[in-house]
Design a protein around this ligand. Structure first.
Ligand code: SF4
Length: 503
């Protein structure tokens, strides 16, 4: 449980949630299994303002130790990859039989993984052709393709550009040789520079992913990573604090072998503040919880803390207002349409087999009691830094949530005028805790249980999450105890009564 701490302090919550994104809502949903036909003939699109598409390519040449995405080993030209592409194209055709799928124009498309760049140029073109055949692309604003720099070629870039891709996103994570080895990153830094130069000739935008807050990382190492990331020359960057509780045990064994200790969350928070100030001083501006835009030469910085000049349009459909929806294709892809959340078969082998052998089949669906009316406030506002009040269905928003918004304004985390709520510079530091705070109690409980489950996972180390109190209260308590040496992380957590007492 994380609590808001009122008062004149920068420390606004008593601990930090060790997660950075999740779906909303998580509670109040019944599980069902239906066919695509049954699902998409029940979907009501009358209220939908916009739609995006997601395509999951679950193959990578090598596996990074920090990664928790749904993926496995697969290489360019493999038979399994070709069968998967055939299944994906068929899934597009099956879903596109229904007007509720094709009636709306598509605003954004995202190819994620895995490493979509392991596809051949021909496979990229075939999937692209299926999309263009079945969907209205007249209002497409963003088509983003994740790439891994070892597997991308000029021929593949040309195929991506030809199907409409205007943005590529790739991970560098760190330039430090120690962390690159611990992460099992096998591309060289030279390959990364060469790839960025190639992307600049094909795409409007290139975005770079970096990670910080690794065990033992010093501010000097962090500064060096920021400097080198800026020097790559991409237009945008996404920098994430590492989410230890969902990374892989081998990474933590690697840390232990090198004697690298987890950083406390207070340390990570200081890195986050430092990062923002460093990039602001260097001509960048934040555009969401993790993303930064390189401001054009001579650009006058916008008055609000979070930039409005640029956004990841696809992400606006994930952490979205209630009336923006998302349809996913591929194994483990998620769709959020109407009251329904669908997660495709997580096993890419059975996903492929079923699609290739059957014409339609039953899929797992979560059915919510109602539309996710509050999603714009719970997820979008903290992550993107503002919501337009006119786009929130206030008649469906519980009074308790309106009270919480008022408390966040009182505490200086949000500001409001008649048109919008905005996250302040102070609020941005706490945006994840604000997402948790604005969630209904049932969703908070699910998040708490998930974190506790992960804490019990053997071999995973994480830093002290408390921000208050920083010293033991009342003597005899365990609040100031050091992190557990066994690696379970649980002894570092104070008893609930201490946290409650701090409020
Ligand atoms: S390349 Fe990307 S998807 Fe593949 S293992 Fe590494 S981080 Fe995960």
């Amino acid at each position: 449980m994380i609590n808001l701490v009122p008062g004149k302090s920068l420390l606004k919550f008593d601990s930090q949630l060790p997660l950075y994104n999740w779906l909303y809502p998580m509670k109040g949903q019944d599980l069902d299994t239906v066919t695509h036909g049954e699902l998409f003939t029940s979907v009501d699109t009358a209220y939908v303002r916009g739609r995006s598409l997601y395509f999951h390519i679950p193959f990578c040449d090598t596996i990074c130790t920090f990664c928790t995405l749904n993926r496995g080993i697969g290489h360019t030209g493999d038979e399994a990859v070709e069968a998967y592409v055939q299944a994906l194209v068929k899934e597009v055709a099956i879903k596109a039989r229904h007007a509720s799928v094709t009636a709306l124009p598509i605003t954004a498309i995202f190819f994620g993984g895995g490493s979509p760049s392991i596809l051949t140029a021909g496979q990229i073109r075939r999937i692209g052709q299926a999309i263009h055949t079945h969907f209205d692309m007249s209002q497409l604003r963003e088509f983003c393709f994740e790439v891994e720099v070892k597997s991308v070629t000029e021929e593949k870039c040309a195929a991506m550009r030809d199907i409409g891709v205007n943005k590529v996103r790739f991970g560098c994570q760190s330039f430090d040789p120690t962390y690159r080895r611990l992460f099992n990153i096998t591309a060289s830094v030279e390959q990364t520079y060469a790839a960025v130069e190639m992307f600049s000739r094909y795409f409007e935008w290139t975005s770079l992913d970096m990670i910080y807050g690794m065990h033992g990382q010093s501010f000097e190492q962090f500064s060096s990573d920021i400097e080198q990331a800026m020097a790559l020359g991409t237009g945008t960057m996404e920098l994430y604090p590492i989410t230890n509780i969902v990374t892989q045990a081998p990474l933590h064994h690697g840390y232990a072998a090198k004697g690298l200790q987890p950083l406390s969350f207070t340390h990570k928070m200081a890195m986050t503040i430092y990062l923002n100030q460093y990039l602001r001083a260097s001509g960048w501006q934040q555009h969401n919880g993790h993303g930064f835009l390189r401001l054009p030469e001579g650009h006058v910085r916008e008055p609000q803390f979070i930039s409005r000049a640029y956004t990841n349009i696809y992400n606006e459909y994930c952490w979205a207002y209630h009336d923006l929806d998302l349809i996913g294709f591929g194994s483990s892809a998620i769709s959020q349409v109407d009251r329904f959340t669908v997660m495709n078969d997580e096993n890419r082998v059975s996903y492929t087999k079923r699609l290739l052998e059957e014409d339609d089949f039953r899929i797992n669906v979560s059915v919510a009691d109602d539309l996710p009316w509050a999603r714009g406030l719970v997820l979008r506002l903290p992550y993107f830094g503002f919501v337009e009040k006119s786009l929130i269905p206030w008649e469906h928003i519980p009074a308790e949530m309106v009270d919480k918004l008022g408390r966040l304004v009182d505490e200086g985390l949000l500001e409001e005028d008649e048109k919008e709520y905005r996250v302040t510079e102070l609020g941005w530091i706490w945006y994840v805790d604000m997402m948790y705070y604005l969630s209904p109690a049932d969703d908070q409980r699910i998040l708490d249980e998930f974190v506790e489950l992960k804490d019990r996972t053997r071999g995973i180390t994480d830093g002290d999450r408390r921000t208050l109190p920083l010293t033991p209260i009342g003597g005899g308590g365990t609040a100031g105890a050091p992190a557990c040496g066994t690696g379970c992380g649980s002894a570092a957590r104070p008893p609930a009564r201490v946290l409650q007492g701090a409020v």
